[in-house]
Design a protein around this ligand. Structure first.
Ligand SMILES: Cc1ncc(COP(=O)(O)O)c(C=O)c1O
Length: 459
């Protein structure tokens, strides 16, 4: 009889050879062993369950400290137990089912998508979902294609932790989204062996760009990924951290995960989402990981087993109390309206930031196209001779204002964390700070542009 690792790997090799080929060394080794959580689960219905190191009253009920139980007193007895006891390693089953319904319902998906996406595995937030994927498919030298600028944590998750190589090409060219960005990254690298699998990160709405694709761009990106899939396995990690936060009627909030299902044996999308931003539950640390295979199919079961094996090996099991919190929202009849209220609040800030940035002198600051998510990204023209980090520090020290510097020439403004009525003032300060620094550069080197008119003072 085959051992568990061989059985799980065989299910992947038979069901999806291109995926099996892309596994890292750790990805091949890891499974959820039939250890204590599994044995305890199997004994759950027994009259006497002497399996797990978890304090109960002997009948499966938690024994919380009264001071903590008081904070959960509004919950049913069953949910209180769930909040204080260990969660199953792959997550609370009811939450997994309800999240799946939320994923499918939010975009009105039909039966074909229901039949080709797995039951989501619960993680400790989206970073954790990504790090599970990095463990399974990253590793020394693995090419990870990512449009730039990108969320800096990808460097940590894929590069630093697993030794993968991040290869990027510009997300925008001449102010227009670069739909061939992944192919360009491959060409630019030139180091891939024929057939060598690659990972592509598709983060929409994007961080730091605050950008989602138009319908035309969605088709172009899909075509481009299909061309890559003709050459090699391509695993597309759809980082949907900002799912649903879309502000223009012409832009679809639908995750690209659904557009990429069932297109090509070598094209394998994975969905990374969670409650962090979508449900404004930042501290809750509830994320999900969804695979492009039917619920309970051998490949979905094998991947779920490997993901659970990594959860078990890192955090033991996902946080139960915040899963229970999220369940309250998903069960409520008002969740759609509540999430929409969050979007509307951000929509108002988005519009205000858009208006404020539209008035900035483009010789000072060039906003990149943005239409969704939590951010806007603006480029500092090279000819000003002012660095993004220099501007960030100047604003901190003299302008009482915080923005994020990205690379040498970009600043990211997070409208989500600024009161709408303050966004004009924030942008004015960024422009004034840039004017001041440019003037100083001009005075020390007169070949730099003279923008003395823009060098206002901080109010
Ligand atoms: C693009 C992107 N992905 C993932 C995450 C991580 O989300 P979480 O806080 O749930 O780990 C963030 C958080 O800022 C993000 O911006």
């Amino acid at each position: 009889m085959m051992d568990l690792v061989s059985r799980v790997n065989a299910a992947l090799e038979e069901g999806c050879p291109s995926l099996a080929k892309a596994l890292s060394g750790l990805g091949r080794r890891v499974v959820l062993p039939a250890g204590i959580p599994v044995q305890a689960q199997e004994a759950k219905k027994c009259q006497f369950n002497g399996t797990i190191g978890m304090l109960t009253d002997g009948r499966g009920n938690a024994i919380p400290l009264p001071s903590m139980a008081a904070a959960f007193s509004g919950l049913s007895k069953e949910d209180q137990n769930r909040a204080f006891l260990y969660s199953p390693v792959a997550g609370i089953p009811e939450l997994r089912k309800r999240w799946r319904e939320w994923q499918l319902g939010a975009v009105g998906e039909g039966e074909s998508h229901r039949a080709s996406s797995s039951l989501p595995v619960v993680t400790g937030g989206l970073s954790h979902s990504l790090s599970i994927l990095a463990d399974l498919f990253g590793g020394e030298g693995r090419a990870v294609l990512v449009p730039s600028p990108f969320w800096g944590n990808y460097n940590h998750v894929f590069g630093t932790r697993t030794g993968a190589r991040l290869i990027s090409a510009p997300a925008f060219q001449g102010g227009v989204f670069n739909s061939n960005v992944f192919e360009q990254a491959i060409q630019q690298d030139g180091a891939l062996a024929p057939d060598e699998p690659v990972i592509a990160i598709l983060n929409l709405p994007s961080n730091p760009g605050g950008y989602s694709l138009s319908d035309e761009e969605r088709v172009q990106v899909r075509e481009s990924l299909l061309r890559i899939a003709d050459q090699r396995p391509v695993l597309v990690f759809c980082d949907d951290a900002y799912a649903g936060l879309v502000f223009e009627d012409a832009v679809s909030p639908r995750s690209m995960f659904w557009d990429l299902l069932n297109l090509h044996d070598n094209l394998l999308p994975f969905k990374v989402d969670g409650a962090t931003k979508e449900f404004s539950l930042f501290g809750g640390r509830v994320g999900f990981l969804t695979f492009p295979f039917e619920v309970d199919s051998p490949v979905a079961t094998a991947l779920e087993n490997k993901a659970a094996g990594l959860v078990r090996a890192t955090v033991g099991s996902p946080v139960a109390s915040s899963q229970v919190l999220l369940l309250q929202a998903l069960r409520s009849g008002t969740v759609d309206e509540e999430v929409e209220d969050v979007r509307l609040l951000l929509l108002e800030r988005y519009r205000k930031l858009q208006a404020a940035l539209a008035q900035v002198d483009p010789t000072l600051l060039r906003p990149q196209p943005f239409n969704s998510g939590c951010f806007a990204l603006a480029e500092i023209p090279e000819e000003l001779g002012v660095g993004a980090e220099q501007l960030r520090r100047h604003l901190l020290e003299h302008g009482d204002t915080g923005v994020v510097s990205i690379g040498d020439r970009y600043v990211r403004i997070a409208h989500c964390s600024v009161d709408g009525d303050s966004l004009q003032e924030l942008v004015d300060r960024v422009a004034a700070g840039l004017g001041q620094l440019t003037l100083a550069a001009h005075q020390s080197s007169p070949s730099k542009p003279d923008v003395s008119a823009a060098a206002g003072s901080f109010s």
